[in-house]
Design a protein around this ligand. Structure first.
Ligand SMILES: Nc1nc2c(ncn2[C@@H]2O[C@H](COP(=O)(O)OP(=O)(O)OP(=O)(O)O)[C@@H](O)[C@H]2O)c(=O)[nH]1
Ligand SMILES: [Zn+2]
Length: 373
C-alpha cells in the first residue's frame, strides 16, 4: 500500500505523471508478488549519492538508504545507476533500515560519458539546467557549447548563468562596455532561444533574476566548473550559508572543488536545487544527430555547401566555413569526434586500434626503406 501525499512531495519536485507512474509500478509489483500489495511503501527522492549508500528525502526529512542487491545487480547489467533526483520506492522494515526496491523511470536524465566511453548518470528528473560560468578567466564559449550539447536531447531546458558580473570592470560604464562585447560573442555562438543571465551570484537579488525557474515543483541543476559560483548561487537562493564556498586561484580563476557531492536541496520557493561538484570538461552522452540540434546554424548552412557530402573542414565553396566562427566549427568537429568514438562498440575500438597499429607499422617500414636499412 502506498499513500502519496502529493502536496508534501510537490515541494520535492513531484509531478502528477510521476505520482501516477508510482501507482502503476506498485500494481505491477503486486501482480507478480501479491503480498507486496499489503506492504507499506514510501515514495522518496534521492538527494545525495555516496559510494555505498544514498540519502533520500520524503518531503519532511532526509535519511540514509541502501538499494537492494537485486537492484544493484540489475543496474550493473543495464549499465545504469541511481542518480540524484531519481524517485525511488522504499520500505523501512526496521527503524534504522531503509531499503530501495525500485527506481521510477526518469522523465528527464542528463548523462555524461567517461574517457573510456562508459555512460554515467549526472542527474534525473530535472526541469532546468543552469549552466554556470564566471565572467572571469572561467569564461569559455567552447565550454558553453559543450554544456549545451550535454543537456541537448535530455528534455532539460538549458539556461546560461554568467556570474561575477561585478568583476567585469571598475565602473558601471566599463562593465556595460564589456557586457556588450560578451553579448556579441554569445549571439554568434549560442542558439537564439537560449536565455542568458549575467549577475553577481552573491547578491540576494539573484532569486528575482532566476524566479522563472524557481516555481513550486520545479527542479534545477547547477552545472559548471569549480569556482564558477555554483555554491555561492545556491547560498543566495537558499537565503543562508548552506554550502561551503571557496576562493578561486587568482592566476586562472579556478576553484578548489569545495562541493564534493551532488546534493538536492528543497528551497523555500517550492523548487529543488541540485548543486554539483565542478567539472571543467563534461563529456556529453549524445549522438551526432543530437549534437547537430545544438549546432543548428551549421546544420542549416550545410545545405548551401558546394558539395553535398561536405564535411566543413577545408572544402572549397563550404558555406559553414564561410559564415560560422572558426572556433565554433572546430569545437563542433571535436565534439562530433568524441561522440563517434563513444558510440563505437568494444569490437569497433579493437579494430580501430589494429588499423592504427598497421598504419604505424607501415610508416615505420617506409622510413626504414628510405634510410636503406
Ligand atoms: N565577486 C564575485 N565573487 C563570486 C561570485 N560568484 C562566486 N564568487 C566567488 O568565487 C569563489 C568560488 O565560488 P563557489 O561558489 O565556491 O564556486 P563553485 O562553483 O561552487 O565551486 P566548486 O564547489 O569547487 O564546484 C568564492 O570565493 C565566491 O565568493 C560573483 O558573482 N561575484
Ligand atoms: Zn561545408
Amino acid at each position: 500500500m502506498i499513500d502519496i501525499d502529493f502536496e508534501r512531495l510537490r515541494a520535492l519536485g513531484l509531478h502528477a505523471a510521476m505520482a501516477q507512474a508510482v501507482q502503476q509500478l506498485i500494481a505491477d509489483f503486486a501482480s507478480r508478488t501479491p503480498e507486496f500489495a499489503d506492504q507499506d511503501w514510501q515514495l522518496m527522492r534521492v538527494c545525495t549519492v555516496h559510494r555505498d549508500r544514498l540519502q533520500v528525502h520524503d518531503g519532511v526529512s532526509e535519511r540514509s538508504a541502501i538499494p537492494l542487491p537485486r537492484l544493484i545487480k540489475q543496474h550493473a547489467l543495464d549499465g545504469t545507476s541511481i542518480a540524484v533526483g531519481d524517485w525511488v520506492l522504499t520500505q523501512t522494515p526496521e527503524p534504522d533500515r531503509c531499503c530501495i526496491h525500485a527506481v521510477l523511470p526518469p522523465v528527464t536524465r542528463i548523462n555524461r560519458r567517461d574517457a573510456d566511453g562508459s555512460r554515467h548518470a549526472v542527474v534525473s528528473n530535472v526541469d532546468t539546467a543552469l549552466l554556470v560560468m564566471g565572467l572571469d578567466l572561467d569564461f569559455s564559449l567552447r565550454r558553453l557549447e559543450r554544456y549545451l550539447a550535454l543537456v541537448q536531447g535530455s528534455g532539460v531546458w538549458p539556461v546560461v548563468v554568467l556570474t561575477k558580473l561585478d568583476t567585469l570592470g571598475d565602473t558601471a560604464w566599463a562593465r556595460s562596455e564589456r557586457l556588450v562585447d560578451i553579448a556579441r560573442q554569445l549571439r554568434e555562438r549560442l542558439p537564439p532561444e537560449v536565455i542568458v543571465h549575467a549577475l553577481d551570484a552573491r547578491s540576494p537579488e539573484v532569486a528575482q533574476d532566476l524566479a522563472p525557474y524557481l516555481g513550486l515543483g520545479q527542479t534545477l541543476v547547477l552545472l559548471g566548473s569549480s569556482g564558477a559560483g555554483k555554491s555561492t548561487l545556491t547560498n543566495s537562493l537558499a537565503g543562508m550559508g548552506l554550502q561551503d564556498t571557496g576562493p578561486v586561484r587568482e592566476h586562472d580563476s579556478r576553484g578548489r572543488h569545495t562541493t564534493t557531492a551532488r546534493t538536492l536541496l528543497p528551497l523555500l520557493s517550492g523548487a529543488c536545487l541540485i548543486d554539483t561538484p565542478g567539472v571543467r570538461s563534461l563529456r556529453p552522452d549524445a549522438d551526432v544527430q543530437t549534437l547537430s540540434a545544438s549546432f543548428t546554424d551549421i546544420q542549416a548552412l550545410a545545405g548551401q555547401c558546394r558539395f553535398r557530402n561536405c564535411q566543413h573542414v577545408n572544402e572549397p565553396g563550404c558555406a559553414v566555413l564561410a559564415q560560422v566562427a572558426g572556433d565554433r566549427v572546430r569545437n563542433f568537429h571535436k565534439l562530433k569526434r568524441e561522440m563517434q568514438r563513444d558510440q563505437q562498440t568494444p569490437l569497433d575500438r579493437q579494430r580501430e586500434l589494429a588499423r592504427w597499429k598497421q598504419i604505424g607499422r607501415a610508416g615505420h617500414e617506409r622510413a626504414k626503406m628510405k634510410r636503406g636499412e
